[in-house]
Design a protein around this ligand. Structure first.
Ligand code: DC
Length: 226
């Protein structure tokens, strides 16, 4: 397939709070693509570990749990509906304990390998925007478009507070949690959060959502035209 009919794979990576999910959902709508939030899969496994009282440090146990789980992502206009063993956990997985669990279970190479296999399967047809931490580096190293979405820590904290409807009094806690998670995501040995060498770095600190979507769309249209 050539030109406009080509179904591309678009990878969006970046730290928490940079706006990946929002941008991916909007861009998907514009392009008629499917958006997949890979982080939701790690969150679902984190929840499964909580439900089973499993240690976040026990790689073997976590892999066993992953293998016995049914995790599915259903793309919707405003994000993914997430099912764990048939139950809708879309809201539950955004809570603090699961956020922490996701970050901890995702450090294990065996867990990551299991996730990556599934993610490749989900995106192999093209026409997808997958967002996460290692999409452009590991999951789809041949993705036609790779965007690394950045924003300063202050702005990311502000966005998270807004998203949760939390007041400014919570800023310190949210900032500390975000920083800790960032640190873990960026420094883990297996697939740390780094931009792919061929990724376009998009700093959204001073941009509106519309502006970021517009830039991302320009990159995609350019690729489609090649
Ligand atoms: O994007 P998110 O905040 O929903 O991701 C939750 C956690 O999952 C995050 O702390 C890191 C991990 N993650 C990952 O390691 N690799 C991905 N591709 C996506 C998320």
């Amino acid at each position: 397939m050539t030109g406009k009919n080509r179904k591309l794979v678009i990878a969006i990576d970046g730290p928490a709070g940079a706006g990946k999910s929002t941008i991916a959902a909007r861009l998907a709508r514009k392009l008629g693509y499917v958006n997949l939030e890979s982080g939701a899969m790690y969150r679902a496994l984190g929840l499964k570990a909580i439900q089973n009282d499993a240690s976040f440090d026990d790689e073997g146990e976590l892999l066993k749990l992953a293998r016995s789980s049914r995790i599915s992502l259903e793309p919707r206009v405003d994000g993914n509906r997430v099912l764990l063993d048939g139950a809708n956990v879309s809201e539950r997985i955004r809570e603090r304990d699961v956020t922490e669990a996701a970050s901890r279970v995702s450090v294990h190479p065996a867990v990551r390998a299991w996730m990556v296999d599934r993610q490749r399967e989900m995106g192999k047809q093209g026409g997808v925007i997958m967002e996460g931490r290692d999409i452009g580096t590991v999951v789809f190293p041949n993705a036609e478009v790779k965007i690394f979405l950045e924003a300063t820590p202050d702005v990311r904290v502000e966005r998270r507070l807004k998203q949760r409807g939390a007041d400014a009094g919570k800023a310190k806690t949210v900032a500390a949690e975000l920083q800790q998670r960032d640190q873990r995501d960026r420094t883990r040995a297996a697939s740390p959060l780094v931009p792919a060498p061929d990724a376009v770095i998009l700093d959204s600190t001073h941009l509106t959502i519309d502006q970021v979507v517009q830039r991302a769309e320009e990159l995609v249209r350019k690729k489609m035209g090649e």
